[in-house]
Design a protein around this ligand. Structure first.
Ligand code: SIN
Ligand code: MN
Length: 266
């Protein structure tokens, strides 16, 4: 999938691109059918929210689940990242975030590259997130909030928050967030399942807790230019991957070969 010149310009200017309807209901159904089975597994890759059994994030499902293995090589996710990064990419991180109905906890204000630089020694911010909504994202269920243009500010000072949620994160202070929002405003892209959100690895973002009865599952592929692979290997392999092989995209209809729920495979 090729982005238009305007989409490339918008991404460079604003730090994100929102593409509703990128995946069909059938493709989303194939992926969603796999999520309960992944979330039910007791394995280190599957992190629960503090104090509940609800899943906060399930890492690296593309390494052990066939539908997500295909998704991690899907041209609609990977080709835009290759285009924006100007070359081959590898998957630095892959996660399915649950943000469960009633239990989904906050993600504090942060930049992903802040963590990748500090923890993994990724040399440059030549990486991005490509997110696919597996549920409708609404004003009720903890939509991501992004600060447009904040990706141009480089790596901002951050503190390592090990206490607020079950997941350690390098987070920004509130005075800095207020300044950035004053300059760039705030957006919260909402849309139906199947929508895609691409954002720069230095874009400042967060999401509130989900106290609605609607879960908000989003899958994230973090793509990094192969030349820019991480240099430090201290975090678990399934959080910060060490396989820097360039992704080879599959056919656009690769998910259609898997059986939709209730129907035999083609
Ligand atoms: C993240 O920033 O990595 C996750 C945020 C979210 O899924 O709400
Ligand atoms: Mn993030």
């Amino acid at each position: 999938m090729n982005l238009t010149k305007k989409q490339v310009r918008d991404f460079e200017d604003e730090g994100y691109l929102f593409i509703p309807g990128a995946f069909t209901n059938e493709e989303v159904a194939v992926l969603n059918a796999e999520v309960p089975g992944i979330f039910a597994q007791e394995r280190p890759e599957v992190w629960r929210e503090k104090g509940t059994q609800s899943v906060r994030t399930a890492f690296a499902a593309h390494t052990y689940n066939e539908a997500f293995r295909l998704l991690a090589r899907h041209p609609r996710l990977i080709e835009p990242a290759m285009q924006l990064l100007g070359g081959p990419v590898y998957v630095h991180q892959f996660k399915i975030n649950g943000k469960a109905a009633f239990d989904g906890d906050v993600w504090q204000w942060h930049q992903d590259y802040g963590t990748w630089a500090r923890d993994d020694l990724m040399p440059e911010p030549r990486a991005m997130n490509v997110a696919l909504f597996l549920d409708d994202v609404t004003e009720f269920n903890g939509a991501l909030m992004l600060i447009p243009k904040s990706h141009r500010r480089g790596v901002l000072e951050a503190g390592h928050d090990l206490a607020t949620t079950s997941y350690p994160l390098w987070t920004l202070d509130t005075a800095e967030i207020a300044r950035l929002v004053d300059e760039g405003g705030l957006v919260a892209p909402k849309g139906a399942a199947g929508s895609m959100l691409i954002f720069h690895c230095n874009l400042v973002h967060a999401s509130p807790g989900n106290i609605s009865p609607f879960s908000r599952t989003i899958v994230y592929v973090s793509a990094c230019h192969v030349d820019n692979h991480i240099r430090r290997f201290e975090r678990d392999e399934w959080i910060a991957h060490r396989d820097f092989t360039p992704v080879e995209c599959l056919a656009d209809d690769c998910l259609a070969d898997l059986a939709p729920p209730g129907r035999p495979a083609a």
